[in-house]
Ligand binder design. Structure first.
Ligand SMILES: Nc1ncnc2c1ncn2[C@@H]1O[C@H](COP(=O)(O)OP(=O)(O)OP(=O)(O)O)[C@@H](O)[C@H]1O
Ligand SMILES: [Mg+2]
Length: 343
């Protein structure tokens, strides 16, 4: 109706006159015109979510990037901060961290022992998504780890001040966004600690395998100790929500089914009920430096692609609901009609 009465531009059509769906700018405009934006109100606190686990390869970067793009399709303003010198998330945004990113564009100048930046605005990079920005990373980011570890042995004052600086800087930047997603490195280092205390929500990805389960249990108990130590040092850590998400579930593997049941018992309602399914579509998209939300056509069969996409929508909407709950908003309906969105 809005297209017919001129409030919205006519729907885009292919050369043969077939409707081809909308791109993200068109969707954002549509929401604005129709007063249907899901963005937070001025008094709602932006969600700053750390996607964290000390175990490597559990899907932190995959969850971070897919969650960013899922939320962007839904109309939120998102900032992704790559805090890992491996820079997988930066790569999944299409930037080659070795050639396209300089150390001056990462968190380094802000967190270094001899900082050259006082706020984080310099580091915010536009992406091809109009409503997703990125603070990228590269290998040289690891220098922060050395510098802060060395500073920590000499009393910890510098360390605590960098922790506060990261928290304050991210909080200030977050005022321009609805959700900030942090992707820390897979280790208990100083950057991981800094990120942990800068966030106001925690999402822990893990696969339904025995090694992932065991190291996640360890991660949670270490986290408990670390939060106790930080609190004793006068740094408070408060999370709006803490949830675990199974990040690559293979339903055809009976051993995973068993571990999933153990996880259910161990974590109870902290484990999100809908897991992200393991899918070749996700790993193939990663090879192209993309997420599923950026593919304009399936890589595998259309059926595989559709199943993967609708599972991601369902799994990630669980996180969206937690974010919205904090803002006192009702849950959104599944965006199943958005299957043909392109960027
Ligand atoms: N649901 C999934 N289906 C298929 N492959 C997946 C899925 N989730 C993650 N992967 C693959 O698993 C590998 C590890 O994922 P990812 O890089 O996201 O983990 P990570 O926890 O960020 O790793 P690191 O600890 O090195 O930072 C990648 O090759 C990724 O493509
Ligand atoms: Mg990673």
């Amino acid at each position: 109706m809005a297209e017919q009465d001129g409030r919205l531009p006519s729907p885009p059509e292919s050369e043969t006159g077939r409707r081809i769906g909308y791109d993200i700018p068109a969707l954002l405009n549509m929401r604005q015109v129709l007063g249907a934006s899901p963005q937070r109100g001025p008094n709602d606190t932006p969600s700053i979510i750390t996607v964290q686990n000390f175990k490597g390869g559990v899907g932190k970067s995959t969850v971070t990037t897919h969650l960013a793009h899922y939320l962007a399709v839904a109309g939120y303003r998102v900032l992704v901060v790559d805090c890992d010198s491996q820079a997988t998330t930066t790569t999944l945004f299409g930037f080659n961290p070795h050639f396209a990113i300089r150390r001056e564009e990462t968190l380094y100048p802000y967190l270094s022992i001899e900082p050259t930046q006082d706020d984080l605005a310099y580091a915010v990079k536009k992406t091809v998504w109009p409503n997703v920005d990125l603070i990228p990373s590269n290998l040289q980011m690891f220098d922060i780890e050395y510098e802060l570890a060395a500073a920590g042995t000499g009393g910890g004052g510098v360390l605590a001040s960098r922790f506060r600086k990261l928290r304050a800087g991210l909080f200030e930047l977050a005022q321009n966004y609805d959700v900030v997603l942090l992707d820390p490195p897979p280790a208990l280092g100083t950057i991981s600690l800094a990120v942990m205390q800068a966030a106001n929500a925690l999402l822990v990805p893990l696969a339904a395998t025995t090694p992932d389960f065991c190291s996640t249990v360890q991660f949670l108990s270490m986290m408990d100790q670390v939060i106790g130590q930080l609190t004793a040092a006068g740094i408070t850590v408060e999370y709006d929500f803490c949830r675990l998400i199974c990040s690559k579930f293979n339903a055809n593997d009976p051993s995973q089914d068993m571990v999933q049941r153990v996880m259910d018992q161990a974590f109870g309602p902290a484990l999100l009920p809908v897991p992200i399914l393991e899918s070749a579509e996700i790993s193939h998209a990663a090879l192209r430096m993309m997420t599923i939300y950026e593919l304009d056509k399936p890589i595998g069969t259309p059926r595989t692609h559709k199943r993967c996409r609708s599972n991601l929508d369902e799994a990630l909407s669980q996180v969206e609901q937690l974010i919205r709950r904090r803002w006192g908003r009702p849950a959104m309906q599944q965006p199943s009609t958005l299957a043909s969105v392109t960027v």
